[in-house]
Structure formats: C-alpha cells, structure tokens
Design a protein around this ligand. Sequence first.
Ligand SMILES: C[S@@+](CC[C@H](N)C(=O)[O-])C[C@H]1O[C@@H](n2cnc3c(N)ncnc32)[C@H](O)[C@@H]1O
Length: 278
Amino acid sequence: MTHIVNTQQATAWNGPEGAHWAEQSGRDNAVNSALTTALLTAAEIGPGDHVVDIGCGTGESTRLAARHAVRGRVLGIDLSAVMLEHARAAVAVAGLPNVVFEQADAQVHPLAEGQFDVAISQFGIMFFAEPVAGFGNIGRALRPGGGIAFLCPRDMAANAWYVVPLSALHSRFGSGGLPESQMFSLADPAHLTEVLTRAGFVDVRPQPLDLPMGFGASADAAAGFYLGSGPVRAVLERNPGLTSELAGDILVNALRPYESPDGVLIPGAHWLVTAGRP
Ligand SMILES: C[S@@+](CC[C@H](N)C(=O)[O-])C[C@H]1O[C@@H](n2cnc3c(N)ncnc32)[C@H](O)[C@@H]1O
C-alpha cells in the first residue's frame, strides 16, 4: 500500500467497520442500487473512458462503471483491504477484465496527471482530513475537460436512516445532540462548492437526491446491520450499561415503522454532485 495520511480512517476501514461493510456487501441491494444508477447516469461514462472510483469499497459502482467503459478501464481505490478482497472476488465472478483495484489513500495517492476521463464516488469521498488536497489530487488525475460525479449525504438531520436508529439509542444512553460524523463533512452545499472550487474544479453542481436506503428484509435484520456499524458500536463502547441485546431491542422498535413489502426503507437525503476539470 502507498503512503497513508488518513490513518484513523485506514484503521477503521481495515478493522471492524470494513469487515462489517464487506460482510453486508452480499445482501439484497435492489433499493440501494437505484443510487448507483443515478450516480452512473450523472457520470456520463463513454465506452472508451478511463474511470477512477474513489472509496470504491466492495466495488458495486466500480462494476457498473466497467459495464459502461467497455473499451476503457476502471481503477477502484480504497483504504480497506477486506473490502477490496470482496471487490476483486465480485469482479472475477462478473468477468470484467477492464477493472483493477489499488489499496491506497485517494487524498495523496500519486495518480498520473490527466490519465482519467471521469472520477466517480459513491459515499467514499467525505472522509479526507484535508478535502481540498484530496479533491485536488483527484482533479489533477483527470484530463482537461474531464469530470467528476459523486454521492455524499446532505444534512444529518435530513437523513432519517442515520438519525432514527441513533436517536433511539441516544435518547436513552446519550446526552446532548447526536455526535458529529465525518460522513456529513460535505453536507453544506456552500462549503462543498468552495472545497471543489479551491481544488480547481469548475461548474460545481450539487443536486439534491432523495432516495430511501434499504437495510434488509425486516426490522430484526436492519437492527443486526446497525449493531455492527461504526456509529452504533461507538454508542455501545461509551455505555457499558448498554448491552447488545438491549440495543438490538431498542433498534428493532425504532426500525419497525419503516418495514415495507420491499424491506426496511428509511428516507435518505443525498447530494449528487457533478463538476468539471477546466
Ligand atoms: C461508506 S463506504 C462506501 C463504499 C462504497 N463506495 C459503497 O458505496 O458501498 C466509504 C469507503 O470509503 C473508503 N475511504 C475512506 N477514506 C478514503 C481515502 N482517503 N482513500 C480511499 N478510500 C477511502 C473506505 O475505506 C470505505 O470503503
């Protein structure tokens, strides 16, 4: 692996958080794939394009990009070894010869200048300690006239998939408001636009996209998902009196109202951002 500056993120995504996401990558994702489709539509990838997928995780968006760039190639970059292991296995099963993955920190990874037509990211680009440096690094790797399309969360308060389960636990085992999460670092559109502009991008367009997130077939399955996630594990670690069993019960009750014939669907408020390299 090349030089890492986002060491805390690397530790988290190579530890329980990465293992948890990798484990979940096989679950039925029909709902969440609507987000990937929206992202790929905005990215306008041509058949001969070279594409980089930032924070590709287990590679769902990478595989879809490879199907668009049939004569091009796609590089997936991620900090997490365990998630890339799943990504590589899925690409082998799908038989996509135009995909490679690298374990690297996208903020500083030495990508050759101008080598890509398009950069994409599905919720993998909000974690840079120095976002202007990170977006600058990605921008330099795009050819003049190339573009970026990415998804990131809007305001925490608008994202019921985050607030509902966390608040249910927090109201009994926390104090004050919910803790800030790096996940929402690009939620403010003025800040997001400033970061990308300072990083050298033009025509920065954050468009609101409201799509629910799917968390499994039932409230029990969804509670199992949340129990393994970083934010819920942090609440458990801070509260020795809160057992996994009790937390599971609290989560099931909070998630029950979101059960539907299509599984547990909870509103999500996202930005679908496009921008260009001059
Ligand atoms: C919320 S997950 C999203 C994964 C995937 N794109 C998806 O939609 O399922 C965030 C991903 O970003 C990766 N990531 C975070 N910071 C990164 C960085 N500086 N460089 C590369 N990957 C990073 C994490 O390892 C993790 O896989």
